[in-house]
Design a protein around this ligand. Structure first.
Ligand SMILES: Nc1ncnc2c1ncn2[C@@H]1O[C@H](COP(=O)(O)OP(=O)(O)OP(=O)(O)O)[C@@H](O)[C@H]1O
Ligand SMILES: [Mg+2]
Length: 252
C-alpha cells in the first residue's frame, strides 16, 4: 500500500452565498499522477488555492506528507513539499527567462561561493533544456508565448525540488505538439519521484498521463476512477453535458 502524500477532509468554501466547495475529501498517494476534473466553475482552482494556502477554507483540513497544513501560508506549504502553478501564469516584466529560473534555486547549506554558483547554473541549464526554453533564455519572461509561459511556470516551481506538484490547466492554449511533449515531461518529472495532481479539461491528455481521476461537480466530488472509466460514469457524463447521453460519447 502506497503512503498518502496529500489528503483533504471535508473542505468547505463559499464566496458570499455561493457555496463553491461542499465538503471535499480526497487523497493522493506518493508517486501517483491524479487528474482533477470538472466542468467550468466546479471549484477546481479554488481547491488548488486552498491546498496551496493561497485561499483560506471555511472548514475542513488539509494534510501534506503527514503535516496538517490547514491555514498555513503558501511559502510554509511549499517548504513542506507542495508547489503549484496557476491557470493564468503571470511573469515578471523586467526579468529574462534565465533570471526567473535563477531566482530562488534551493539553497544548499555548506556550499559556498563558486561551487554554489556552479551548481545553480547547472540546475538552471538542465531545466532550460528539459523544458525547451534554452533558445529563449535571454528573452523577457513576459514576452514568451502562452505555452512557453506554462512550461516556464512548471520549471520554476520544480527548482524547489517539490514532493507534490499541483498544476492548473497546464495545456490550456498549448499547441498539440507541445501538449504531447508536456505529457512526456510530466512523466519524466514523476519518474524522478514527484507526485502530480493536475487540473485539466483535455481528456486525451488525462488518459495519456493519469492513473486516476477525481471529478468535481458544483463543489462535490462525484467520481474517483481510472480515466477510461469516466465515459461509463453517468454522473460524470451528466455533469459535463447536463443530461444523460449515449454511452461513450463523453468528449469534454
Ligand atoms: N475570489 C472569488 N470571489 C468570488 N467568487 C469566486 C472567487 N473565486 C472563485 N469564485 C467562484 O467560484 C466558482 C468556482 O471557481 P473555480 O475558479 O474554482 O472553478 P474551476 O473549476 O477552476 O473553473 P474553470 O474550469 O473555468 O477554471 C466560480 O463560480 C467562481 O466564480
Ligand atoms: Mg480553474
Amino acid at each position: 500500500m502506497l503512503e498518502t502524500i496529500l489528503s483533504t477532509e471535508s473542505i468547505r468554501k463559499s464566496f458570499g452565498a455561493h457555496c463553491v466547495l461542499d465538503g471535499v475529501s480526497l487523497s493522493v498517494r506518493k508517486g501517483e499522477i491524479v487528474g482533477l476534473l470538472g466542468p467550468n466553475g466546479s471549484g477546481k482552482s479554488t481547491l488548488l488555492n486552498i491546498l496551496s494556502g493561497f485561499t483560506p477554507s471555511d472548514g475542513g483540513a488539509v494534510n501534506v506528507d503527514g503535516h496538517d497544513v490547514t491555514g498555513l501560508p503558501p511559502h510554509a506549504i511549499a517548504r513542506l513539499g507542495l508547489v503549484r502553478t496557476f491557470q493564468l501564469p503571470s511573469m515578471p516584466h523586467r526579468m529574462t527567462v534565465r533570471e526567473v529560473l535563477q531566482a530562488g534555486c534551493r539553497r544548499e547549506a555548506g556550499l559556498g561561493g563558486a561551487l554554489r554558483r556552479w551548481r545553480y547554473d547547472a540546475e538552471v541549464a538542465r531545466l532550460l533544456d528539459q523544458f525547451l526554453l534554452t533558445r529563449v533564455q535571454d528573452q523577457p519572461a513576459s514576452a514568451l508565448s502562452g505555452g512557453q509561459k506554462k512550461l516556464l511556470s512548471i520549471a520554476t516551481v520544480l527548482r524547489s525540488r517539490p514532493k507534490l506538484l499541483c498544476l492548473d490547466e497546464p495545456t490550456a492554449g498549448v499547441h498539440p505538439n507541445l501538449r504531447s511533449r508536456m505529457v512526456e515531461l510530466l512523466k519524466e518529472v514523476n519518474a524522478q519521484g514527484v507526485t502530480i495532481l493536475v487540473v485539466e479539461h483535455d481528456m486525451e491528455f488525462i488518459r495519456e498521463l493519469c492513473g486516476r481521476c477525481v471529478v468535481l461537480d458544483r463543489g462535490a466530488l462525484i467520481a474517483d476512477c481510472a480515466p477510461r472509466e469516466l465515459v461509463e460514469n453517468p454522473r460524470v457524463v451528466e455533469a459535463y453535458l447536463g443530461k444523460a447521453v449515449e454511452k461513450g460519447k463523453l468528449t469534454a
